[in-house]
Design a binder for this molecule. Structure first.
Ligand code: COA
Length: 329
C-alpha cells in the first residue's frame, strides 16, 4: 500500500501541577547543583505527579485536548495505543483505563513497551492497523510517571526524568498529508544499560529489592549517551532515505528530549541547523515516551508546525529501541 496512509489530525499534552526545579533538589536531600545539571543535560526543571495525578489522568487529559483539535469524539476512536514505561499497574494495561476514562466505547486499547521510543513505535503500529483496514481513527499517546519509578537516592538518574503525557489523533490521510517514511530498530544485547532489573516476574519485589532500589531505574549514562547519538543518527538517515528527502526538505526536527547534547549531536549529524530543531528539554526533563508528542503539541500551538510543512521525529530509548518517522502536515 502506498504512503501516506495516516495523518496527524490533532495533538494535545498535559503535565502534572508540581514543577521541580534544579534548585529544589537540595530540599529533598539530593547532592547536585543547577550548574551540573544544566551543563551536562540542559535540564532546568521537570514536572512531578502528585496526589490525584496518575498515568491514566495525564493521558486522558492530553487525549481530550488532541481529540478536540482533531474534531473527533471518544466513540469514534477505533484503537488507543499508549507508549509507556511507567504504567499505573502492571496488569491490566493503562490504555484500557484511558479507554474507560474517555468513554471510547468502540476502541481496542493496549500499552506499548518501547521506553522512550514508545510514541514513534506507536505511530508505526497505528499506521499499520490503518493500512490493513483494521482502524480509521487511532489515538497514540506517549505518557510517563517516571517520578514514581526513579531512585530518588541516585543522583545519576533522578535529576534527568520528568512526568507528562502527549497525545496524537491519527486519521486517514488526505491531500498527501501524513507519514511519509518510518523506521524502527532494537538491540536487546544492551538491555542492561538502562533498566529496572527487579519488580517484574523474573525478580518479583521483596523487602531486599526495595531496600537496594533495584526495582527503580538504573543506568550507565555514558554508554547510553554514546548509543543514543549513534542510533539517532542512523534513524535520521533512514527516515530521510525512506521519504527520498534531504535535510533541506525538513522544516522542523523534533527529537526525543533526553539531553541537549544528544539533541545537538543528532541535529549536527542530520545536517539540521539548530533553528530548525525543537527543544524543550530545559522545561520538562526527559519524559521518555511523552517527550516527542509533548514537543509536537507545543510546536503546533506555537505555529512552528503548519499545514504543508515536513517534520522529522527521531527517538531512542531503553532496550535499546530507536526509530523515526517523517510526516507531512
Ligand atoms: N549532580 C552532580 N554530580 C553528579 C550527578 C548529579 N546529578 N550525577 C552524576 N554526578 C557525578 C558523578 O558521580 C561523577 O562523579 P565522579 O567523577 O566523582 O565519579 C561525575 O558527575 C561524572 O559522571 P559521568 O557519568 O561521567 O558524567 P557524564 O558527563 O557522562 O554525564 C549524564 C552524565 C547522565 C548526564 C550523561 O551520561 C547522559 O546524559 N547520558 C545519557 C542519559 C540519557 O539520556 N538517558 C536516557 C536515554 S533515553
Amino acid at each position: 500500500m502506498k504512503r501516506p496512509i495516516a495523518m496527524i489530525a490533532g495533538t494535545g499534552h498535559a503535565v502534572p501541577r508540581k514543577c521541580l526545579t534544579n534548585h529544589d533538589f537540595a530540599s529533598i536531600g539530593v547532592e547536585t547543583s543547577d550548574e551540573w545539571i544544566v551543563e551536562r543535560t540542559g535540564i532546568r526543571q521537570r514536572y512531578i505527579a502528585g496526589d490525584g495525578e496518575s498515568l491514566t489522568s495525564l493521558s486522558a487529559d492530553a487525549a481530550r485536548i488532541a481529540m478536540k483539535a482533531a474534531g473527533v469524539t471518544a466513540p469514534e476512536l477505533d484503537v488507543i495505543i499508549l507508549g509507556t514505561a511507567s504504567p499505573d499497574r502492571l496488569l491490566p494495561a493503562t490504555a484500557v483505563e484511558v479507554q474507560a476514562a474517555l468513554g471510547a466505547t468502540r476502541a481496542a486499547a493496549f500499552d506499548l513497551s518501547a521506553a522512550c521510543s514508545g510514541w514513534v513505535y506507536g505511530m508505526q503500529v497505528a499506521e499499520g492497523l490503518m493500512a490493513m483496514g483494521n482502524a480509521e481513527t487511532v489515538l497514540v499517546i506517549g505518557a510517563e510517571t517516571l517520578s514514581r519509578i526513579v531512585n530518588w537516592k541516585d543522583r545519576n538518574t533522578c535529576v534527568l526524568f520528568g512526568d507528562g503525557a502527549g497525545a496524537t489523533v491519527l486519521k486517514r490521510s488526505t491531500k498527501g498529508r501524513g507519514i511519509l517514511s518510518a523506521f524502527m530498530r532494537s538491540d536487546g544485547t544492551l538491555a542492561d544499560l538502562l533498566q529496572r532489573s527487579a519488580g517484574g516476574s523474573l525478580r518479583p519485589v521483596t523487602p531486599e529489592i526495595i531496600e537496594d532500589g533495584s526495582n527503580c531505574i538504573s543506568m550507565q549514562g555514558r554508554e547510553v549517551f554514546k548509543n543514543a547519538v549513534r542510533s539517532m543518527a542512523e534513524a535520521c538517515d533512514r527516515a530521510l532515505d525512506g521519504a527520498k528527502l534531504s535535510a533541506a526538505d525538513i522544516d522542523l526536527l523534533i527529537p526525543h528530549q533526553a539531553n541537549i547534547r544528544i539533541i545537538e549531536a543528532t541535529a549536527k549529524h542530520a545536517g539540521m541547523p539548530l533553528e530548525k530543531v525543537y527543544v524543550n528539554v530545559d522545561r520538562y526533563g526527559n519524559t521518555s515516551a511523552a517527550s516527542i508528542p509533548i514537543a509536537l503539541d507545543e510546536a503546533m500551538r506555537a505555529g512552528r508546525v503548519k499545514e504543508g510543512m515536513t517534520v522529522m521525529f527521531v527517538a531512542f530509548g531503553a532496550g535499546f529501541t530507536w526509530g523515526s518517522i517523517v510526516v507531512k502536515f
